[in-house]
Design a binder for this molecule. Structure first.
Ligand SMILES: [Zn+2]
Length: 274
């Protein structure tokens, strides 16, 4: 269970009114008329259309500036469906919102938006973190009964929402199957592989995985990404993903230049420069 302060849920933010001219300038893939699509899909609770909006907004894991104004609406919807006890749609929203946040990273060059829209967006993202913790606390039994794919989706989104968007971005682009990742050494070194087979390399002992020790997390979501993400995977009952995180925190010696680094650094370099 997460420690959850009510302050993390009671965060207030404004939603950009539909009359605002901001809607005319924010970008969305396929030139979708985001304003009208959002308005009608929320009014009708049209889940197919809501998912369609998310899919456009995270197309090819690019960042679209429409995210700044759509996210607060979707976080409000999440709060509503959680109050209604709608576990299934809360899952859908948390998953897609996490993927949206995973696209909001420096490597995705994009136009910044001015305050106060940015402040409202950030406040909505903070509230999303509180709601995600509450979802995990409340529905942990349901989560344990989910299939492996759903647990993996939830884990990756929760990683984006609770603190490491860049790691989540890498995980989504690795296809969520967590069997192959892109790796790159960087700097002067040319070592680069698009499909680095994870488990095989553990067997060959070229990658030495880190060890997970239960009960060692201090409850903070700070720089020590492995401490909180591995504790999260363990709590969700995501065994395969936990093994993958141990692998990412493991060490690997570059076959070309001989440098030894964490596997996650090879993956992050691949997505930043590859
Ligand atoms: Zn190298």
């Amino acid at each position: 269970m997460y420690q959850l302060d009510e302050k993390e849920i009671n965060i207030e933010f404004h939603k950009e009114p539909y009359e605002s001219t901001v809607w005319d300038v924010v970008r969305m893939c396929y030139q979708m008329d985001i304003r009208n699509n959002l308005r009608t899909s929320l009014e009708n609770r049209d889940w197919e259309q809501i998912e369609n909006i998310f899919e456009c907004m995270t197309h090819q894991m690019s960042f679209y500036s429409a995210t700044y104004v759509v996210l607060p609406y979707m976080v409000e919807l999440l709060e509503q469906v959680m109050e209604e006890g709608d576990v299934e749609h809360a899952f859908t929203l948390i998953f897609h919102l996490g993927v949206c946040l995973a696209t909001d990273i420096p490597v995705n060059q994009y136009e910044k938006i001015d305050s106060p829209i940015l402040e409202d967006y950030n406040a909505a993202a903070q509230k999303l973190a509180g709601l995600t913790k509450r979802y995990i606390n409340t529905y942990i039994e349901e989560i344990h009964k989910m299939n492996q794919e759903m647990r993996s989706m939830l884990l990756v989104s929760a990683i984006a929402i609770l603190g490491d968007r860049q790691l989540a971005y890498g995980l989504v682009l690795s296809g969520l199957e967590l069997t192959e990742i892109g790796v790159m050494c960087g700097g002067e070194c040319q070592f680069y592989e698009e499909e680095f087979a994870v488990l095989e390399d553990c067997e060959d002992q070229t990658v030495i995985p880190a060890e997970y020790k239960p009960g060692q997390w201090d409850g903070k979501f700070d720089q020590d990404w492995f401490a909180w993400t591995s504790a999260l995977a363990d709590m969700l009952g995501a065994k395969q993903e936990l093994e993958f995180l141990c692998y990412l925190n493991g060490t690997f010696t570059c076959p070309e230049c001989g440098k030894t680094k964490k596997m996650i650094d090879f993956m992050k370099t691949y997505f930043a420069e590859g």
